[in-house]
Design a protein around this ligand. Sequence first.
Ligand code: GDP
Length: 295
Amino acid sequence: MFDNLSEKLDKALHVLKGHGQITEINVAETLKEVRRALLDADVNFKIAKEFTNTVKEKALGQDVLTSLQPGQLMVKLVKDELTQLMGGDVEGINLSGAPSIILMSGLQGSGKTTFSGKLANFLQTKKSKKALLVACDVYRPAAIDQLHVVGEQIGVEVFSDRGNTDPVAISKAGIAHAKANGFNVVIIDTAGRLAVDEQMMNEIANIHKAIEPQETLFVVDSMTGQDAVNTAKAFNDVLNFDGVILTKLDGDTRGGAAISIKSVVNKPIKFIGTGEKMDAIDVFYPSRMADRILG
Ligand code: GDP
């Protein structure tokens, strides 16, 4: 994953490492390479520019030019800055509610239903929580079936109401069911569309307002590059969500989404999806991601 960016950064930094003596011009040239690599990986232009400017200032401020191992210092600076850009410390999810309500949002096909199952499984097996999944996609009967299949796989109850076309009513009924039956966590899977549209945004905004979730998560396919950032912005404008889930990081994906989304919407990436199976979920560690990007 991130081969493109990783290889390019590596190459750029190797150039720097190869120089016997580092000059300000070398630093500038190398950072140009770094910026080009970020742009190639679909990182937003403004973010890439800011990133290299910050690294340059820090590099010159920390006497990279006169240090004994300038290459290593630069690698560390780039890595630290990349880590900061992707969020700094690891962020958890808010499980303080009784029950804690988690609302899933995102486009159709982003991996919402799959991730809802993964999260329920994770909370049940790793955090000893009793989780309920609620199916709120009233447009596609297949989506309700899919959530039931997922629930059966992981041994988690699924609440659905097939005749009901009101997702607000279904989510409220699901929460009432959870309260009455001792569930600690309610994960609400909602309907997505292929692209951002007003009706979908109104619907998710109404659900959000009615149930006041502890945690609203935005699920995005990491393979969608710059579009991922635009979609994140659209959902954040409406929901002011709490965190991002980056799915399909096991595929042949570019690094841009991970780097750009956090800076554009200023929300943490909380989990990543790394496959179709129910255990293909990982907490997002910015420093690990930076390591992977830098190779
Ligand atoms: P939804 O429409 O947002 O609910 O998306 P789904 O959960 O139905 O996922 C769409 C497709 O992406 C399905 O075929 C999933 O198996 C697949 N998928 C979801 N998450 C991942 C992931 O992390 N990695 C891979 N490779 N596939 C995923």
